[in-house]
Design a protein around this ligand. Sequence first.
Ligand SMILES: Cc1ncc(COP(=O)(O)O)c(C=O)c1O
Length: 420
Amino acid sequence: MTLNELLTRAAELDAADPLASFASEFVPAPDGLTYLDGNSLGRPLRASREAVLEVLDDQWARGLIGSWDQWIELSRAIGDRLAAACLGASEGTTVISDSTSVNIYKLASAALDARPGRADIVADANEFPTDLYVLDGLARSRGGRLRLVDSDPVRGFDPGDVSSLLDDEVALVSLSHVNYRSGALADMAAVTAAAHEAGALALWDLCHSVGVVPTALEDCGVDLAVGCTYKYLNGGPGSPAFLHVAPRHLGTLLQPIHGWFGQSRQFDMDPTYDPVPTIERFLVGTPPILSITPIGPAVDQVGRAGIEAIGAKSRSLTELLIAAHDLLLAPLGFTLGTPRDPDRRGGHVTVRHPEAQAISAAIRSEVSVVGDFRRPDGIRLSPAPLYVSHVEVVEALSRMAEVVSAGAHARYREQVGRVT
Ligand SMILES: Cc1ncc(COP(=O)(O)O)c(C=O)c1O
């Protein structure tokens, strides 16, 4: 296939794209910019901007303390909408709360308590670091240890890789649905079943799948889940995370941070902790209303677009991206760092090159293509289906190939920022 044929194919796919109109709901990005970093920080919706202004100007400035009547249920209300739109989970199982790191701590600790006599946790050696730090600290504090799945850095792990580490000392299996670096997609149903067979609970980190990969937590029998809202859910920088607890565990699991937002009759100010039996027992303190607010319109947009349609467009975009990689980047020394099988990959594609860090900086400055560098040699490219078109993907990779073949990245070897 030639570049022209690839562009023609991309234009045909865009012309038939049922989600094309959703891009106009976003606050416009700077002219000429191709933003392929929505798996790190999504773009703002116009409706989210308006919702924040309304909270500021009306609810806060005019309603003042009286507005807490409408704010107090917000974590739960948006959690319910998120569960329905993205998670395949029922009402009353999901809340917006804290960061993903803190939620992993809360849910993993509750899981360890629920499995007395077991203190080990199984996780992926290629997991996002914060998960490993939190899980390792927790396992050690209970006299246990972290057992790491020796997964393939590109292909990820199979259910068999996980089950070979399981025995009656493992309390919890905690894994990412989509790997943050490679984009490898795990077999959630099979791994969860393996954990249960060994008497362990399963906690899934959905940071890189929520809002882009159709997910059926309840059909898969998942016990616990957490995830970010600032990636494909477009909640904004540092928007709080969500946590999910399966209905069967709601009244029994107890999280370790006994805060007043989990307390029965909260405003009785009783000095003794008596948690509600509902999902709110996993809340801790006062919710950050300004930061939660943009998540509402963004989750509702996913609901209107339909997660199945978003997942289908994501496959189509990533498939085209891989075809463009093969045509334009592979001859320049790139290799693919993501599974080719669409059933094994999530919403982003990683391309690998020994000079990935310099190239990532160069394409941002020279041709306004934004992806991100991940050690040791990957550039993650994430075509978020609600605002990226097929033509943009092919054009971005073509511009990237021009930068590398001209050697323009050489000037960027020394330019390393703290955030990549
Ligand atoms: C897979 C994964 N887990 C956890 C986190 C950390 O989330 P937070 O900073 O909200 O704790 C991230 C952040 O990018 C992530 O990608």
